[in-house]
Design a protein around this ligand. Sequence first.
Ligand code: BES
Ligand code: ZN
Ligand code: ZN
Length: 477
Amino acid sequence: MPTKITLSSNAGKEAHRLIIIDNNSDLTQAGLDKATAKSIRSKIDQKIQPVLNTTEAGVDVFVNLESPKTGTDLLEAWRKGGSAALTALLQFKANKAGVLNLTDNTDAVVPVLEGALLTNYKFVRYKTLNNNTHLLKELALDKKILDKKTAEELTITTEATCHARDLVNEPLSYLTAEQLSKEIEKLGKEAGFKVDVFNKKKIQSLKMGGLLAVNLGSPNPPTFNIMEWKPAKATNKQPIVLVGKGVVYDTGGLSLKPTPNSMDIMKSDMGGSAAVIGAMYAIAKAKLPVHVIGLVPATENRPGGNAYAPGDVIKMHSGLNVEVMNTDAEGRMILADALSYAKKYKPQLVIDLATLTGAAVRAIGPQGIVYMGTANDEVKQNISASSYKVYERLVEFPMWDEYDEMIKSEIADIKNVGGPYAGATTAGMFLKYFTDYPWLHLDIAGSAYLDKPDGYRPRFGTGVGVRLLFDFIKKQA
Ligand code: BES
Ligand code: ZN
Ligand code: ZN
């Protein structure tokens, strides 16, 4: 259940409250008597975070905006403050909390609330025993601290992020490619974007050889999903296309992953598609005046049946022949078909998101996203600025010509592995063959799924990419 957000003139009268303060705040404005205000102030000055004031009725949790940080690091510090406050409210089993801002700082309200809302999440669908998870049901914001439109947008983007988390957290036992399509249709109806689902027959008729090859070992059919948000007054003539890797489970195929330790989290290998679906949901729900298309090729990668094998040569949707050297490099096989399909839209820009390589994880870990591509510097600067703002930070990797040599095949056009070095880059070099438009590739393997929580980013699916894409697309409006 998403957190309900209301604008209220009685936020200060709630039993539980989240109160934003700084060094200049007069705490008696929140109804505290002078003695209490003084003792709270001294705790705040001792930097005991978060500072709590338990009352007969409930608890006040103070979020102190003071910080040595600056710029986008400061925004993140405020999100973390909101996250810590929400954790405290949950410990008090609060169902509803009022939110007050006792500062003149209006920039901090959204990040504080964002941190709180993104912390108010847990995946509990399968818990029938001892489910003592408590979540906050409602935040009642003091009317004066946020306008209606900003509050709505915040609700939409945090909800969309949580939808993406749910999709990543759903196991294969529920979320097959066909079920993923049903989820897309459900979210499309709710948010107002159009959905078209191609079944295996249609995928065969389109000659999507990469997607079909990866699917060969699976008893469950693949799907190819097209989402479209086309507002009447779009500011762009050519659409922006978002492409998400939808490998609902990656065993590695015949090049089987070793277990335990690498296969057990591979239900998360559709994290790129979750980001695209979540972003489409937010963009449509917020009615951004930008024409955006989302493409998701979806399948499992398994070693059974007719599974594609190392050594196979696959004719892709684009007509290129790919020599398969490792069936575990399946993400690029299905993305390639989607990228090649995207050409028909004559897109202004294509951005793909994928949990593509272990190399990206090793390079920067869960702290960021490896990216590269052929879009111009202005686009790169724009998306990079968005990434720092929402704190899903991008690091650009080079696409030097020399890397291209590493994926040339002796018997076909290219091969799907590049050798021991620069694994994230050679994956990107492979994808580049299937593009003929300005393009960016985001490898989110490091941050789509966490083994331990990190502030407002929960353990397991993080929903990374949703807020980044939304912020970036909003700038095109
Ligand atoms: N889904 C994996 C990449 C991955 C690894 C995602 C760890 C999240 C966490 C991808 O399909 C894969 O297996 N990549 C191989 C490619 C290699 C065989 C060239 C890899 O990175 O090891
Ligand atoms: Zn793989
Ligand atoms: Zn994979």
